[in-house]
Design a protein around this ligand. Structure first.
Ligand SMILES: [Zn+2]
Length: 194
């Protein structure tokens, strides 16, 4: 838990946000302030806690939205490369919900390199990136449409719009999918998917 206390400082968060809900509750809620989010969004510990295969906040967010829209899917399906977060056989669509740090999202504020162990992180994240790309290619070659949803797209301001677009991307096979991901690593794949 040491990391959780450190990260706020590292990111310059003042913690002011948490003062909002104190509402003279006479100490009863003391210590429970952060219970919905164990870590502040966008911090190292937050993203580190979002490794594929666990039911993380962003995955649950996307899944529950799709479920409410009446879509049915498989979770973390180990039969496919990358154990995709969401598999929709009916539409032949696979959705990955990516943490921006862990999956090295390009041109994204959340994708900042740690200041220590730079070589280690560089190598590790580059391996992740290459693996993502390889797995996407395999899935495309098997005829799946692959959609990436990024953590930063699920922030409060853009979330609704992104989820609606995701729904359209899933149910309407003429919608672009791979080239909508805002990340140049898929450029070559987009050509392939077209
Ligand atoms: Zn991002």
């Amino acid at each position: 838990m040491g990391m959780a206390t450190l990260v706020g400082v590292a990111n310059g968060n003042t913690g002011k946000r948490s003062g909002r809900s104190t509402r003279r509750s006479a100490g009863r809620t003391g210590g429970k302030a952060g219970k919905t989010e164990k870590y502040e969004r966008g911090t190292r510990s937050y993203t580190m806690s979002h490794i594929r295969g666990k039911d993380t906040t962003i995955e649950v967010l996307v899944r529950s939205y799709l479920f409410r829209q009446g879509l049915r899917f498989r979770k973390n399906d180990k039969r496919y490369p990358g154990h995709p977060d969401i598999v929709l056989p009916k539409y032949h669509v696979i959705v990955f919900v990516n943490g921006c740090f862990w999956h090295m999202h390009e041109s994204c504020g959340k994708q900042t390199m740690p200041k220590s162990n730079v070589e280690f992180w560089n190598a590790k994240l580059m391996r992740n990136r290459e693996r993502d790309c390889r797995q996407h290619r395999q899935l495309l070659e098997s005829g799946w449409r692959v959609i990436d949803v990024w953590e930063c797209e699920l922030g409060a301001k853009t979330r609704d719009e992104r989820l609606e677009r995701l729904h359209t991307q899933i149910v309407d096979s003429t919608e672009p999918h791979i080239d909508e991901t805002n990340d140049s690593r898929w450029d070559a794949l987009a050509v392939q998917a077209a």
